[in-house]
Design a protein around this ligand. Structure first.
Ligand SMILES: [Mn+2]
Length: 404
């Protein structure tokens, strides 16, 4: 018996969702999902996990995760948001997976009977706390967790429950299924099916670790090594292929030239509502602040921020970028905007603290931002010389002042 390919698996899962899984009252569903950023890591880790659990069950923990009528890998966003993720388009095209075969959250939720949520078990990949409506519906049903974020200590009976601070969650999935990925000594030719799975799994690990140059751990290096062995079997020049694949993924990820400003702001966006009712939002962008301001013009840019803040009811807004500057190399900037009276003093205090913490430096006039910046009370732009501070560091600091 030959196993289903990943494309066949996904097409069958999609068909079940389209039909609706309402009538199958006797059967259980295994929902496999990544986090709400729906980035490549969440996408690939959940698809690879779901596929191997379904079609290569011999490689999962014995006796676990069996007996499901449907195993459904789900992208944890509504379908309309896929267009904000050009790297997903690229990965899907590369794998010859029709985008319409991806199952999004809105589609999954309308395919099930919400009064029978006990029929749904959940596997969490790339997060360890099931949030929002999914948490309300299925929070009691989490059976497996594999993640690389800070352990929130939930779902202690999940099995496996693997939470480790590695570069990419997909590395943990690859290592969990190491017996599938490890080529046996007499496996001379690797099937195209396995090559496809390896290529899918490799994508987020290369992106998240900048081709094993940042945040990478032994787990990530090990995973890349076994995946590259599969991908390059029968061909020469493995390291060139790895470098080229990484380059193509990053180019795809940065192709946001056709995006509206609103799309740029909501593409990689996180928001926190503090207990005192103060709300702060942070957008991260793969393109520089200067690029964005030049593309739309300062006035339009400023208006776009204002209307985003209004739409999201924000008191404070931060725009962060990280990019390669042709002259200076890897760079970061930070824009901070006051969006309400409540935000005003809090933002000032944050900027005071952030100046030292993140080594902020004002833009100069020759950067093309100095002028507007000084004239505009509500918005401040800085070069951020502390390159290690990503949103993971900026968010806790600004939240600290928002909570006051
Ligand atoms: Mn991740």
């Amino acid at each position: 018996m030959t196993a289903k390919s990943i494309q066949q698996f996904l097409a069958a899962a999609r068909a079940a969702v389209r039909r609706g899984m309402l009538e199958s009252t006797s059967g259980k569903i295994l929902l496999v999902t990544g986090n709400e950023s729906a980035d490549l890591d969440s996408f690939a880790s959940s698809l690879v996990f779901a596929y191997l659990t379904d079609s290569h069950a011999q490689y999962t923990t014995p006796g676990k995760l069996t007996g499901y009528d449907n195993i459904i890998p789900m992208l944890n966003i509504a379908r309309e948001e896929i267009s904000l993720r050009p790297e997903l388009h690229y990965a899907l095209a590369r794998l010859r997976i029709p985008e319409s075969d991806i199952i999004c959250k809105d589609e999954f939720l309308s395919s099930i009977d919400r009064s029978k949520t006990d029929k749904v078990d959940v596997v969490l990949l790339d997060h360890n706390n099931l949030l929002s409506d999914l948490g309300d519906l299925f929070g009691q049903n989490v059976v497996t967790v594999i993640d690389h974020h800070v352990d929130e200590g939930l779902y202690s009976s999940a099995e496996p429950r693997i939470i480790a601070p590695v570069g990419s969650c997909t590395s943990l999935v690859v290592n969990y299924f190491a017996d599938y990925f490890q080529l046996s000594p007499n496996e001379f030719s690797v099937s195209d099916e396995k090559k496809g799975v390896a290529r899918l799994a490799l994508a987020p690990i290369l992106v998240d670790t900048a081709n094993l140059t940042s945040k990478e751990t032994q787990e990530d290096r090990g995973a890349v090594a076994i995946l590259m062995k599969i991908i390059s079997s029968g061909t020469l020049g493995a390291s060139d292929a790895q470098e080229a694949y990484y380059g193509e993924l990053m180019t795809a990820k940065r192709s946001i030239d056709s995006f509206s400003l609103r799309d740029i702001l909501r593409k990689d966006y996180k928001e926190w509502l503090e207990n005192n009712g103060v709300r702060v939002g942070i957008s991260s962008s793969v393109k520089s602040l200067i690029w964005t301001v030049k593309k739309f013009g300062w006035n339009e840019f400023k208006k776009g921020i204002d209307s985003w803040a209004k739409e999201r009811k924000l008191d404070a807004f931060v725009f962060m970028d990280s990019f390669q500057d042709p002259k200076e190399g890897y760079r970061r900037d930070l824009l901070v905007a006051v969006c309400s009276e409540k935000g005003d003093a809090r933002v000032r205090k944050f900027v005071d603290a952030a100046q030292t913490e993140f080594e902020l430096e004002p833009f100069s006039e020759k950067d093309g931002l100095g002028n507007q910046n000084n004239n505009d009370e509500g918005v401040q732009c800085f070069k951020q010389r502390n390159l290690k501070a990503s949103r993971k560091q900026v968010a806790p600091l600004i939240r600290q002042f928002m909570q006051e």
